[in-house]
Design a protein around this ligand. Structure first.
Ligand SMILES: C[S@@+](CC[C@H](N)C(=O)[O-])C[C@H]1O[C@@H](n2cnc3c(N)ncnc32)[C@H](O)[C@@H]1O
Length: 195
């Protein structure tokens, strides 16, 4: 499904980073090691690499990652691209200064496991930054999954991300103009959590 979606010559979510990441990148230690999960066409990973972070990006779509590689080349930066299903990917233990999960919507069983693994994979003091659509997004129809089980709430994330101290855990409505895939008012949950 994602390979087909990304076969479009445009970057579905644009080639600029996610707004929430852009506004909060200062939470990451400069030049730190950052893991971007479900990173798709690589817009966030490439931007972080441009800022000097050492970035690894994981996604199950080879077509998406190929676009990420091309974007990185055009910007003259390097990202470690990993083609993997998160079902099988082990992010390690105390390995990362930051983990970025932008619209990383997954089936609930896999999501809860991936979230626990992400916490475990952070170094002590490392930061997880996440933005995802909430169930209220179903009223907006401006992007995101249509299956309510794949959407996230602050309460759900507080539970799945145990081990973090939350510097931000909020649900807001905001205008999201990020490519043709996300465009218009939306309802999102935003997390900045420190291990
Ligand atoms: C909405 S896109 C978000 C892409 C990117 N984070 C961004 O903000 O532009 C969701 C991504 O999750 C990836 N994905 C979905 N299920 C996955 C899985 N089981 N393992 C790895 N990636 C997965 C898809 O390939 C897709 O790129």
């Amino acid at each position: 499904m994602w390979d087909e979606k990304y076969s479009n010559s445009q970057f579905i979510y644009g080639s600029s980073p996610n707004d929430f990441l852009r506004e909060n990148v200062h939470h990451f230690v400069p030049e730190g090691k950052i893991l971007c999960i479900a990173e798709g066409e690589g817009r966030n990973a490439v931007w972080l690499a441009e800022l000097g972070f050492k970035v690894t990006a994981v996604d199950a779509s080879e077509v998406g990652l190929a676009k990420g590689r091309a974007l990185a080349k055009s910007k003259g930066v390097s990202v470690h691209w990993v083609h993997a299903d998160l079902q099988d990917y082990n992010p390690g233990t105390k390995a990362w200064d930051g983990v970025v999960a932008i619209f990383a919507h997954l089936p609930p069983d896999l999501r809860s496991r991936v979230h626990a693994d992400c916490v475990e994979s952070l170094k002590m003091g490392g930061v997880l930054l996440l933005e995802a659509y909430t169930p209220e997004q179903l009223n907006f129809r401006t992007g995101g999954p249509t299956n309510v089980d794949w959407l996230m709430t602050p309460e759900l994330l507080q539970n799945e991300l145990q081990g973090l101290t939350f510097e931000r855990l909020q649900k807001i409505e905001r205008e999201i103009i990020e490519g043709i895939g996300h465009t218009g008012m939306g309802s999102v949950v935003q997390v900045i959590g420190r291990r």
